[in-house]
Design a protein around this ligand. Structure first.
Ligand code: PLP
Length: 418
């Protein structure tokens, strides 16, 4: 119970809140001039470490979402922080009119992790990586061969072109007319894809696991059949690994588990562990379609972002994050399935969705979990998405699952007659 003698003036002010006030900011986020492209935030985080977060009032949370599959090495990773500090004290930016050694190093590492024989274009986000892939497909295809086929339920970004590639018609409505040249087919249905590919099609663009669409993994057979079809019809196979890439699913890139080699791979999110950076990799002869002047972005591959990516990739390789994701993913799946209110678990590695027992609303559970100190996300009205740090400790994982179990039990539907 609150102390009736404690007035607003005497309530202890947390360091986070005090700092915000000193900077003239409204720490309650009630009146801040941000466009409401997301719902109003209920929590403001000020600090993180590994899988832990603290809010403006000093309350601790366990993070099973990683900033939407971004902070794969956890928050405030010391080696990434040190690399950023050093780079900030050395060279932040020179423009792509000039080369940087750190950008070249990161491109080499990515090419190696993808099996070699390609080239990389750096940008600042997942949507931009896909935008580059779309333009590359058009340039490679030539005039009259520009259509990109993607799947219903997919998510590829929010720019006008990537929004149209996104196979969610409800998201298109308010922004019509969208750029021409996009076609959608049923997910995991190779016959539908075969019918959609005509001579105007330049590329097929698919996620190995539809992340925003509900954490729906493709089957290896589907990806192999798509590869075969694309070869047969002379169409590029482009794989969007923005959410699945860099170890999260149990291999460096999820398509590698399906035994296919794509022509183009896009990535972002985990590459900077929170520092904005995206990349579009393409087979060398496809990449050659881009000539000077065809595509560019001021910040793409700049030293600060690539210094972060270089440190991220070094830690990821040393820690063998794909194996960690596989092992921890299996452990998390078992622990979730042992909860009475979890009906099923799907996904790959540490990109999982827990389908809740009938009658439990995932949105209500996610909100209650947050209030209880656990960050998860309702990816559908009936499922929670879990994408913890790939370095999460066994203790943190066990604590998070126990917390989730308690939250779920509070939302169990009351059985009639009980
Ligand atoms: C598969 C996929 N592609 C593209 C994007 C867009 O990335 P960004 O939000 O960095 O533009 C996302 C974001 O969630 C994604 O999951």
């Amino acid at each position: 119970m609150s102390d009736p003698m404690m007035t607003a003036a005497t309530v202890p002010v947390s360091p986070g809140r005090a700092h915000a006030r000193a900077m003239g900011a409204d720490p309650d986020l009630d009146h801040c001039p941000l466009m409401s492209t997301y719902g109003p935030p209920t929590v403001a985080f000020v600090r993180g470490s590994g899988s832990e977060l603290w809010d403006v009032d000093g309350k601790r949370y366990l993070d099973l979402l990683s900033g939407l599959a971004v902070t794969s090495l956890g928050h405030a990773h010391p080696e990434v922080a040190a690399a950023l500090t050093e780079q900030a004290n050395t060279l932040l930016h020179v423009s792509n009119l000039f080369g940087t050694t750190v950008g070249a190093e990161v491109a080499q590492t990515l090419d190696r992790l993808l099996g070699g024989g390609g080239q990389v274009f750096f940008c600042n986000s997942g949507a931009e990586a896909n935008e580059a892939a779309l333009k590359l497909a058009r340039k490679f295809g030539g005039h009259g061969r520009h259509v990109v086929v993607s799947a219903y339920g997919s998510f590829h970004g929010r720019t006008l072109a990537t929004l149209h590639a996104t196979g969610q018609p409800a998201k298109h409505e308010a922004f019509q007319p969208l750029p021409e040249g996009f076609r959608h087919v049923a997910w995991d249905d190779v016959d539908a894809l075969a019918q959609a590919i005509d001579p105007t099609v330049a590329a097929v663009l698919l996620e190995p696991v539809q992340g925003e669409g509900g954490v729906n993994p493709a089957s290896a057979e589907y990806f192999q059949a798509v590869r075969h079809l694309c070869d047969e019809r002379g169409v590029l196979f482009m794989v969007d690994e923005v959410q699945t890439g860099l170890g999260r699913t149990g291999s460096w890139f999820a398509h590698q588990q399906f035994g296919v080699v794509p022509d183009v791979v896009t990535m972002a999110k985990a590459l900077g562990n929170g520092v904005p950076i995206g990349a579009c990799w393409a087979r060398r002869d496809v990449a050659a379609a881009f000539q000077p002047g065809d595509h560019a972005t001021t910040y793409g591959g700049q030293p600060l972002a690539t210094a972060a990516a270089r440190a991220v990739l070094a830690v990821m390789e040393r820690e063998d994050v794909p194996t960690r994701a596989r092992v921890a993913g299996a452990r998390l799946t078992d622990a979730l399935l042992a909860l009475e209110d979890v009906a099923a678990v799907r996904g790959l590695g540490l990109l999982l969705a827990a389908e809740l027992a009938e009658g439990i609303d995932a949105r209500v559970v996610a909100a209650d979990a947050l209030a209880s100190g656990l960050v998860v996300n309702a990816i559908t009205p009936t499922a929670l998405r879990l994408a913890p740090s790939l370095l999460i400790t066994e203790d943190d994982l066990a604590e998070a699952v126990a917390l989730l179990g308690d939250v779920l039990a509070r939302h169990r539907p009351i059985e009639e007659g009980s």
